[in-house]
Write a protein that binds this ligand. Sequence first.
Ligand SMILES: O=C(O)C[C@@H](Cc1ccccc1)[C@H](O)SCc1ccccc1
Ligand code: NI
Length: 184
Amino acid sequence: MILMKDIIREGNPTLRATAKKVSFPLSQEDRDLGKKMMKYLEVSQDEKLAEKYHLRAGVGLAAPQIDVSKRVAAVLVPDNDGSIVFKDVLYNPRILRESVKRAALNEGEGCLSVDRNVAGLVIRTDRITLEYYDVNGERHEIKLENYPAIVVQHEIDHLNGTLFYDHIDKESPFKLPENTIIIE
Ligand SMILES: O=C(O)C[C@@H](Cc1ccccc1)[C@H](O)SCc1ccccc1
Ligand code: NI
């Protein structure tokens, strides 16, 4: 099971590398990789289990964060009522289309690989068309908006060596650019 000790932190070069695509049919290793990343998210979102295993809650986890430079990311986005908005392991995810409209989370962003608070608006695209392959090699093309779209962009950033604070305007971190909505 993935524990916090397995998650690499700022300064580890893998976090700044461009991860490599996986090939299909997936090797057992790449199947298991996706499975254990999703397991981390499930356990981290269970209050009791997260406490038991000292896990930071996560709605997404990218393979580079456990020092595996492959284009694989697990996403588990719950709704406020505990239902699931979006859950899958994304193999070779790619953003096909981006809206002109931008979005940023009101409370900014954090990262399991960043052990400090970096304040500021993380400016992202509000609506995306996402292409990815699932564990069976099936191609998916889906539209996401608002919070799920933010989470997926955060994870795809990890596959490209980008961290959330790269998107914060250093001069004026809380400036709201034109055409940008705040997501509460
Ligand atoms: O480090 C990661 O990739 C996991 C992040 C993903 C993320 C952070 C902020 C905004 C979108 C995605 C963790 O989920 S950070 C912890 C967290 C937990 C629950 C809700 C929001 C953030
Ligand atoms: Ni992160």
